[in-house]
Design a protein around this ligand. Sequence first.
Ligand code: C2O
Ligand code: CU
Length: 524
Amino acid sequence: MSLAARALVYTRAFLGASIAGAVGVGIGTPLLVAGAGTESTGNLLRSERPLPTAFTRRLTVPRVLSPVRSDADGDHYRIVQTAASASIVPGATTRIWGYNGTFPGPTIESRRGRPAIVTHVNRLPVPTVVHLHGGRTPASSDGHPIDFVYPPGMSHHGGHGGDSMVGDTTHGSREYTFPLGQRAATLWYHDHRMDFTGPSVWRGLAGFHIHRDEEEDGLGLPSGARELPLMITDRSFAADGSFRYPSIDPGLLHTPGVSGDYVAGVLGDTMLVNGVPWPVAEVDAVQYRLRILNACIARRLSLRLDPAPASASGFAQIGTEGGLLGAPVRLDHLGLAPAQRMDVIVDFSGYRPGTEVTVVNDFDDGPMGKVMRFVVGRPARDDFILPARLSTVERLTAEQAVTTRPFSFRAGEVRGGPGWLIGQRAFSPGHIAAGPRLGTVEVWRLRADFHHPVRLHLQPFQVLSRGSEGPGPFDAGWKDTVDLRPAEEVAIAIRFDGYRGTYVFHCHNLEHEDMAMMANFVVR
Ligand code: C2O
Ligand code: CU
């Protein structure tokens, strides 16, 4: 049985039991509807206007931001978070919230050991928080969900269930310092405000951060026009072209959460790559490096090339969230849960010039079953030979662990309504769920009811097992987000060797995160 088919059976078997369970604890509404062929936990939100025609607009690549200055401390950047108008769907403009007014935001490029110091100016009508996803960052710049950057004139807001919380807040702007002493990897930055991350990211607050180093330079990987960052997001649109999203409080200030049908997750009906619906890209018949990011709010993806290239497997995976793998892994499809990244080499030289190669998503059979299209051009000079070894990846083992912690990720009651819990608890900014010691290795056993892409801040980890089996085909290397599937238990090994301080771990289905599936750990 294929992996996909097995996951499907898994999901079906589990759904009935879990809905019954949720009703049993008094949640009431049959909220846990799995959508998109049950491969994602969430519900399809339909656009109120015709879908754009696929494969008509060209892929664009977000522009790389130049530092405002560089000095002994590092490279200094300035980003203004602001509302702006974007042309996303034909015949209308879409009001977005963007970093420098663009969606995706500008790409920051950095090199190992050279800090990036980014001043974010908030000109939005809500507080914001910036998190560099994948960065090994001191807690003061990691974007804890209550470290608000208030827009000018606002000093407090009433949301967050009335919790009284004091984070490390600033007014108007904040300087985030990212040391970036870590190995090369595809990182991304996005909003992380408690209770309102989903709608803020949906409106556009997400961008790439590409981090490089000499080890990677030495491999001579395809670069320049042959290196493409691809941010895949699903969105839905209202009749007037604005983003449609089922917030209870569209002002995103007071009442968190989404209306009942979408508590399991919001699945858009329009696929965007780098902010363009179902784009098309012309490529030479050579090897390309694709840095693929699933930036969907709740949608899981299973990507494949159609037609498949002449060489049996379509992709050579070279890297994951935490950077290069030890050796390339040949894959005919790529599984990506929300927030996960895969760095892959695709060889277009096996196609005849003129071939249209569609990136399909096997987790859906409608319009969302297609992602984008490459049109293969002429052969060109290509000196790249994929090395058999890429990097050295130390292997963490269960024996190194000083402790094992179990955490369940399940539906439950939050503030008297439906929500999501870790270890039976709703997120409370003052509660500490784990206190690992700096320099130690721990094993965490993560148990799921539905799909939960679980993300730990600070340091990457390794997958030890899925249920009674070893790591899955997409679990190789240093991960920062692991794809928990329904009724599954995944063991991960983490070495807490970054910094001391308070960090969060959470589900990266952003509706789940906003509806309390988050907890703190403190590295002591
Ligand atoms: Cu994209 Cu807390 O993470
Ligand atoms: Cu979840």
